[in-house]
Design a protein around this ligand. Structure first.
Ligand code: ZN
Ligand code: ZN
Length: 306
């Protein structure tokens, strides 16, 4: 077996710091956007502020997931706890969908009862400031989430980007309706933006659920694994039934290695260790299990020939 190199995880502190900052940013943005609503009386700005409550909740959920997800493997969860992050990402997908439904509802209300705004310029400027803070923080989350291979953090950032899109749509709609006097423009634009948010929430939820169901590693990663086996399997005959699954930054790999039937356990194990080391070097955070078989177990199709 490859040694477990994840007991001391320096990523964990960075994860927690970022997640805790997310809660602070979400609270600040929510407060600022609520002030913009109070100044204007705009239903669209209220729904924009409402969506920030979802951000506070998801940031709390992400912090919990990261605290659990970065725990080292233990007796009860010997494969580690990384999948906790996918639960947070599924929850975020569901909350993004809920936010879209909230916006549809607010837009419908505004179509039924159109109203003019009190202080549109100041209100929109204040909402714009909150939107700029959100955009900057969303960029931090997505780039750090990718760098740290954290689906929860990346999901959080993507969700925040949908907020930025919503806010820009709302601001644009309110400017247009103020300039033209067509108050119907505001709810219509909000509805269009909500459709986009619905799609992003759906994608995030589906992707995370697929990961929870042991989705295989990407075709590119699978090809790198096959290449590492091919380059380091000297002495063995073939590798087949290669299966992969991922949990956060961790890739689990297992396959059958066919060796000449008369080969000693010692020699076969040496080949296994060589392949395990090569894969570990290629992909960094892996857990490789190899099942050794004699030559009559060779498969005619789909095997990596050595
Ligand atoms: Zn071993
Ligand atoms: Zn086999």
């Amino acid at each position: 077996m490859a040694p477990m190199k994840r007991l001391l995880d320096p990523r964990r502190n960075r994860h927690q710091l970022i997640a805790a900052s997310s809660i602070a940013v979400a609270l600040a943005v929510m407060g600022i956007k609520y002030i913009a609503y109070l100044m204007t009386g705009s239903v669209a700005l209220l729904s924009d502020a409402l969506e920030s409550i979802v951000n506070v909740l998801t940031a709390v959920a992400a912090l919990i997931a990261i605290r659990v997800g970065s725990q080292p493997p233990d007796r009860v969860h010997p494969f580690g706890h990384h999948k906790a992050e996918y639960f947070a990402a599924v929850l975020e997908g569901a909350l993004i969908i809920l936010a879209a439904v909230l916006i549809f509802h607010e837009a419908y209300q505004a179509i039924l009862a159109p109203r003019t705004l009190d202080h549109p310029v100041a209100g929109l400027a204040i909402n714009g400031l909150a939107t700029a803070i959100n955009a900057a923080w969303a960029w931090v989350l997505v780039s750090r989430g990718r760098a740290l291979s954290s689906p929860a953090m990346e999901g959080d950032g993507k969700h925040l980007f949908t907020d930025v899109v919503t806010s820009i749509g709302v601001i644009a709609g309110l400017i247009l309706s103020t300039l033209t006097g067509w108050s119907i423009l505001d709810p219509l634009l909000a509805g269009v933006v909500a459709l986009n948010i619905l799609r992003i929430g759906y994608d995030l939820a589906i992707e995370s659920m697929s990961q929870l169901m042991d989705q295989a590693a990407s075709p590119q990663i699978q090809e790198r694994i096959r290449a590492a086996i091919r380059a380091n399997g000297e002495g063995a005959l073939q590798a087949h039934d290669i299966r992969t699954r991922t949990a956060g930054p961790q890739t689990f790999i297992e396959f059958h290695l066919v060796v000449p039937g008369e080969m000693t356990v010692m020699a076969a194990h040496e080949i296994c260790d060589r392949i395990e080391d090569a894969i570990e070097k290629e992909l960094v955070s892996t857990d490789v299990v190899i099942h050794v078989e004699p030559d009559h177990k060779a498969k005619p199709k789909g095997a990596v020939e050595l």
